[in-house]
Structures are given as C-alpha cells and as structure tokens.
Design a protein around this ligand. Structure first.
Ligand code: SF4
Length: 408
C-alpha cells in the first residue's frame, strides 16, 4: 500500500481520473522526452465518453502547451485493462519518438502499460484491515499512530496542509454564488443552504444544513475547477471535508484530533484503493462516494471516541449501504448527481458512526469483506453505469422534456 502523500492530492477539479491522471501522464511523458515537438493523445473508454464534460482535453492541452497537441476521442475501442485508457504519442520532425499506453486508475494515480507498477513505492506492509487491527491491538496502537509509525511523524505536516486545503475549499465554496461552468447551467447552492435557517431549527436539522452546505461548497468548487483534495477522488471530494469541518468549526474538536482523524480516514481509503478501486469508471459511484463515506464514517467514529473495532464497523456500514451505486453523470459533468450526492454521503457518514456505537460490536461483515464485495459488484456493473454517461440519470435526463438535441 502506498503513502498517504500519494492518496491525498491537492489540486484542481473536476476529476482525478479524467484531469489529474491525464495531466500527470502528459507531464511525465514530456519530462521523459524533452525534445519532442508534437503530441497526439488518444482517449479511450470513459476518458473518451466523458472527457469533454470532465475537461480532459482542456487539461491535456494546457499541460503540454506550447507543444502542438492533437486530441482524438476514440469511442469504439474496447478497453480490456482499465476503462480509463489513453495513448500518448510523441513526435520529433514528424517521426514517432515513443508511445505510451497509460491507465488513469483513480485518485490521480496512473499506471503505464509495460511498467511493473506506478512510480510510487508501497510503504505499508499490511494491506488488509484485519491485519492492521491485529497489529494495532498487539502493539497497543491507535490507527493514526500506526499511520504515523509507517509514514514517519512528518506525515502530520502534510496532513495539516491537506486539512488547510479542505478548509479553504469549504470556505471558498460557501462564499461564492453564480453559475457552475457547463451546459447544465446550474447555480451554486451552498451558501443558500447554509443560510436557510428555518424557524425552530432543531439540532438534527442544523446538522443536516451545515454538513450539506459544506459538502456542496467543496463539490461546487470542484465542478468549477477550483482547488480541492482527492478524498478519495475529486468527484467525492466534498464528503470528508464536510464532516471534519463540521466537527472542527461547529463542535470545537481541536485541530490535532482532526489531523488524527484525517490519518484514520486516509488509511481506510487507501485500503479500498489497494484492494479494490476508487474509480467510478471501473466500479461505479460506490467506489468513489462509497469510499468517501467510509472514510468520513471512520473519521467520525474516531472523533466520537470509538475503538478500532467500532471504527471498522462504521466504515463497513458506510460502504455496505452504497453497494451497487451507479455512476451516471449527466453530459459527463461532475455535477448531477455528484454534487448533491456528496451532501447525502456526509450525512450518512456521521449516521454510520453513530449506528456503529449502538450496534453489537462483532459484526458479521468485516470491512475487508465489504471492500471485496464492492469490487466484485463494480466489475459486474454494466458499462452504462461506470462513468460513460450512457445510462441512468444521464440517459433519462437527455430524454426528458428539457432535452435539447443541440446541447448533446
Ligand atoms: S456519479 Fe459518482 S463516481 Fe460518477 S462522476 Fe459523479 S461522483 Fe464520480
């Protein structure tokens, strides 16, 4: 399992697999072949089908500038290795210098075909929650202490940077109004929700209002190309910040506890990334929002003082009840259903941690089992429901009365 430096990435939205990954691949290609004078990038699978909405072509051209760059969307080729596949061809004086086939596997991480693995080494020896739990119990460690032991205490400096970027995304998003870029012509709603205080608002409604506005603020920033943190991806980047911001800002949980919770959440997300997938194109939205909800539930469970077993239960509950969740972004934009979905998952995350506190401690389904199940379920999902915008809401929306063929 790789470091949390690789897991939490601070960057611009709207999509880790469709913008951060391709950007990284092109950067690496250009740095390897410094004298090329032309690039051709062919996008396949989900990158071809939803690349326009996710700004893949825009980010590639911006990254390769001033090198002349041609982008081709190949909608026909079947992707047998990973649905987010791209080919980068470099030229010098019209002669091919090299070509790479690259897979953007989620969270901004790439794999280059023919290379052993990614350019990032594995630093965690234990790759299953069960093994980590046993190790922590035997060594009297909490989960965040285990993370600090493996990564070195310096990781806390990076986690503070991550936390600051998350806070900034919430606050920037809450302070903005106006339109979100794209054909859907959506208006930002975070500040409206934040300010909608109904008469006799009780604690429960207040929590929903705050969590939703924070999650939506970050997701609207993401959809507008603003700065966010992959947690685990750009599309699901609003869930964890919303929960952490709520505890810190509204419940006075101190920053050192927030940083520890961020380490716990990162461990959970990293386990999903290692053992299954955090890519909507590979396994549907359960892999993105399901994972984000699991991470936030574990963070919440840690903050309310639950032990490792109950933290596991919270993460498991959060994932179990997202199983089968499809990815069907309308026109390929990370907007509908994505933005609202972040709010629902933030609310669910806190509920999952509370449920874990009330339930029997020894659950029948472990976190490792639910992660495995999510992966298998994702592989079984029809491609229409894996970030291709060919099914679900993407299809129905296009057929409703507001559909205008010119927009398609
Ligand atoms: S539906 Fe979910 S997985 Fe798909 S783009 Fe939106 S947030 Fe990502």
């Amino acid at each position: 399992m790789q470091s949390l430096y690789e897991f939490y990435k601070i960057g611009n939205g709207p999509s880790s697999s469709h913008t951060m990954g391709p950007k990284r691949a092109v950067e690496r290609f250009i740095n390897t072949y410094k004298d090329i004078d032309k690039l051709k990038v062919i996008l396949y699978g989900s990158l071809a089908l939803t690349g326009k909405g996710h700004l893949t072509d825009y980010i590639i051209k911006e990254t390769s500038y001033p090198i002349e760059t041609e982008i081709e969307f190949d909608l026909d080729k079947e992707c047998t290795v990973h649905p987010n596949t791209m080919k980068i061809i470099g030229y010098k004086n019209e002669n091919i210098v090299d070509d790479w086939t690259v897979y953007s596997v989620g969270g901004g991480t790439i794999k280059i075909d023919g290379e052993e693995d990614t350019d990032v080494p594995d630093i965690y020896e234990l790759n299953k929650f069960e093994d980590i739990k046993i190790y922590c119990e035997e060594n009297n460690l909490k989960l965040h202490e285990y993370v600090y032991n493996v990564e070195g205490y310096e990781i806390t400096t990076y986690l503070k940077e991550v936390w600051n970027a998350m806070k900034e995304a919430v606050e920037t998003g809450l302070n903005k109004t106006g339109m979100i870029p794209g054909r859907l012509r959506l208006s930002r709603t975070a500040s409206d929700i934040y300010n909608t205080v109904v008469d006799n608002e009780d604690e429960s409604l207040k929590q929903t209002r705050l969590l939703s506005s924070y999650a939506i603020a970050v997701s609207e920033e993401n959809a507008s190309g603003g700065k966010i943190v992959t947690a685990p991806t750009c599309g699901a980047s609003g869930v964890l910040p919303a929960v952490l911001y709520y505890y810190n800002h509204d419940k006075n949980v101190p920053e050192n506890v927030i940083i520890e919770a961020l380490a716990v959440a990162g461990l959970i997300g990293n386990l999903v990334k290692t053992n299954a997938s955090i890519s909507g194109a590979e396994c549907g939205c359960q892999a993105e929002i399901g994972t984000a909800c699991s991470m936030a539930a574990a963070a919440s469970a840690y903050i309310i003082g639950l032990d490792i077993e109950r933290i596991e239960n919270a993460a498991e509950v959060a994932m179990e009840h997202h199983l089968g969740l499809t990815c069907d972004p309308i026109y390929g934009y990370v907007q509908i259903p994505c933005i609202e979905r972040n709010a629902v998952a933030a609310i669910r995350a806190i509920d999952s941690s509370k449920l874990s506190m009330l339930m029997r401690k020894h659950k029948s389904i472990s976190f490792d089992v639910v992660v495995d199940t999510m992966y298998e379920t994702g592989k079984d999902l029809h491609s229409h429901y894996r970030e291709t915008a060919e099914g679900g809401l993407a299809k129905k929306y296009c057929r409703n009365k507001y559909y205008n063929k010119d927009m398609a």
